[in-house]
Design a protein around this ligand. Structure first.
Ligand code: ZN
Length: 294
């Protein structure tokens, strides 16, 4: 084991962290289609496969008006493992019709995941501006409960992704991994678990403990990486490439792995800067950053 360099800028106050070895191949590297947004699903499949990327997470926009089963076969023919489908959720609504429409959409997402061969749907749980957050969380739990049986029958797991509190107004009332763990305890369904996305959770003093709690409950379903830029110029579309920001990526991966997670490490970067760049060069930068910083 290599002793961690205490002077590394991302170590900060994490001096008690165990050493985590760098990754040395791409067998656990997954890229989200949104990361290379200019590419069609076919272009992404060809490029990821040629670059040695092992997994792909598909955003639902890439499946619009497509035969989802055919897309799933195409991805597997390129040697790619379909890691998850993004995204379900957005359960809270101001009236019953809105809540039912969200449940219907999540049922369609479960069907799509099954046809695609995706074992997991990432849930961006939703929020409504002006609705009390505890009411939104009640509606989220009710929404997940309404679809969990169908998900279990389809062999599709549901991963609650807590979002950074800056999105608590309209994207998610679940803002900490502790809230996600509490909701999983309440729902008590083995097909419902937690997604650890470093962008949303890196700042939380309870992160390490709650990752451990999720691991002990066998509900640590996915790990998303990128970086937090200073200053962040756009609340949604200015995520950094790993190493460009202040997130202690390797420490968090260590916590996730200590908790038993051995799945894919998913690169999910919304970035106006990188979407405007050459996507092949960007993919090579992702590979280098993955080895150097994750
Ligand atoms: Zn994510």
């Amino acid at each position: 084991m290599v002793h961690r360099d205490r002077l590394h800028p991302t170590d900060g106050a994490l001096g008690d962290n165990v050493a985590t070895e760098p990754l040395n191949d791409f067998s656990r590297l997954c890229v989200h289609t949104i990361t290379t947004k200019p590419w069609s699903i076919e272009e992404a499949a060809r490029a990821y496969s040629a670059a040695g990327v092992a997994g792909i997470t598909v955003w639902r926009q890439w499946l619009a008006d497509r035969d989802v089963g055919v897309v799933g076969r195409m991805l597997r023919d390129h040697g790619l493992k379909v890691v998850s489908l993004c995204r379900g959720g957005f359960f809270p609504a101001i009236d019953a019709a809105g809540r039912q429409s969200a449940i219907d959409d999540n049922r369609r997402a479960i069907d799509e995941a099954a046809q695609l061969g995706a074992p997991l749907i990432v849930l961006v749980c939703g929020a409504v501006p002006g609705m009390p957050l505890d009411e939104a969380r009640r509606q989220i739990a009710d929404g997940i409960a309404a679809v969990s049986e169908q998900a279990a029958a389809a062999g599709v797991r549901l991963g609650i992704e807590p979002l950074h509190p800056m999105y608590a107004d309209n994207r998610s009332a679940v803002n900490t991994i502790e809230q996600a763990n509490d909701m999983c305890d309440q729902l008590d369904c083995p097909h419902v678990g937690v997604v650890v996305d470093v962008y949303h959770l890196w700042w939380d003093p309870r992160l390490r403990d709650e990752i451990g709690r999720a691991g002990r409950a066998n509900r640590l379903f996915a790990h998303h990486v990128c970086d937090w830029r200073t200053p962040t110029e756009d609340l949604l579309n200015d995520r950094g490439l790993m190493g460009e920001g202040c997130i202690p990526l390797r420490a968090i991966r260590g916590w996730v792995e200590d908790a038993g997670f051995r799945g894919f490490i998913e690169v999910e970067i919304f970035s106006n800067r990188y979407w405007a760049a050459d996507q092949r060069e960007f993919l090579e930068k992702i590979k280098s950053a993955y080895l150097a910083h994750v």
